[in-house]
Design a protein around this ligand. Structure first.
Ligand code: AP5
Length: 229
């Protein structure tokens, strides 16, 4: 069982890297606060209505709202049994401290990527509306194109179109990056002091081999001796 945090600026590839980790640890539960909040906005729940304004402005949703949300998620039996990847949480030092009161974290992965790369990733991002698989118009299009800005999802076979997230505009991105700059440093220091921080060069996460990913997430290689030459 592993309890991981995948941390980094908007567009660093937290969601994408979490999906890569899940290929190695299929039972681990991926908890993305951004995805949970977007689902609530879509369903027009009380939580969604509360969060929408903050998100569209590129600001953080109030701490207590997301802390309560995470506390509930971490109680789920599958999470308790197989562990989790937290993507998008914590985002403030208070959230990090609240998390320490709830559970133990094994590894804090800090994804590092240059600012000019971030812009292209955010403005080119789209996802499958059926399964949520992430793509990028510049760097990672689905394999099968069926029309102008229309593809078949590699993961679930659904038809998908290029459609940006509401907060993936140039203006909101600047605000999100500022919010990250303001809040990230104390969080990074907090986990560095706990001795569990690992920096990951996130420009080529799509090209990492299984062995390299296992090394990053500190999972042992279980290749049987008979396979070794
Ligand atoms: P959230 O959804 O968490 O947004 P974010 O942190 O801005 O991160 P993103 O989802 O934009 O990017 P990512 O790092 O996951 O990158 P991705 O893998 O998609 O949060 C949204 C909002 O919700 C916040 O602004 C806030 O308002 C609110 N919120 C959420 N959590 C909160 C909290 N804890 N407290 C308070 N408020 C909270 O990749 C991006 C693109 O790049 C994709 O197109 C992908 O295909 C591409 N890509 C990724 N990796 C690579 C690679 N190696 N090579 C080429 N392309 C790549």
């Amino acid at each position: 069982m592993k309890n991981l945090i995948v941390f980094g600026p908007p567009g660093a590839g937290k969601g994408t890297f979490s999906a890569i980790i899940q290929q190695i640890l299929p039972n681990i539960v991926h908890i993305s606060t951004g995805d949970i909040l977007r689902k609530n906005i879509k369903k027009k729940t009380f939580l969604g209505l509360k969060a929408e304004e903050y998100m569209n402005r590129g600001e953080l949703v109030p701490d207590q709202v997301v802390i309560d949300m995470i506390r509930e998620k971490l109680k789920k039996p599958k999470v308790q049994k197989y562990g989790f990847i937290l993507d998008g949480f914590p985002r403030t030092l208070d959230q990090a401290k609240a998390l320490s009161d709830i559970t133990k974290i094994d590894l804090f992965l800090l994804l590092e990527v240059p600012r000019d790369v971030i812009k292209k990733r955010i403005l080119g991002r789209f996802s499958c509306s059926e399964c949520g698989w992430l793509y990028n118009i510049y760097t990672l299009q689905p394999k099968e194109k069926i029309g102008k800005n229309k593809w078949i999802c590699d993961n679930c076979g659904a038809e998908i179109e290029f459609q940006q997230r509401d907060d993936d505009t140039e203006e909101t991105l600047e605000k999100r990056l500022d919010v990250y700059e303001e809040n990230s440093k104390p969080i990074i220091i907090y986990y560095e002091n706990k001795g569990i921080l690992k920096r990951v060069y996130a420009q080529n996460t799509l090209d990492l081999s299984e062995e390299e990913i296992k090394e990053i997430i500190e999972v042992e290689n279980t290749t049987s001796p008979s396979c070794l030459s």
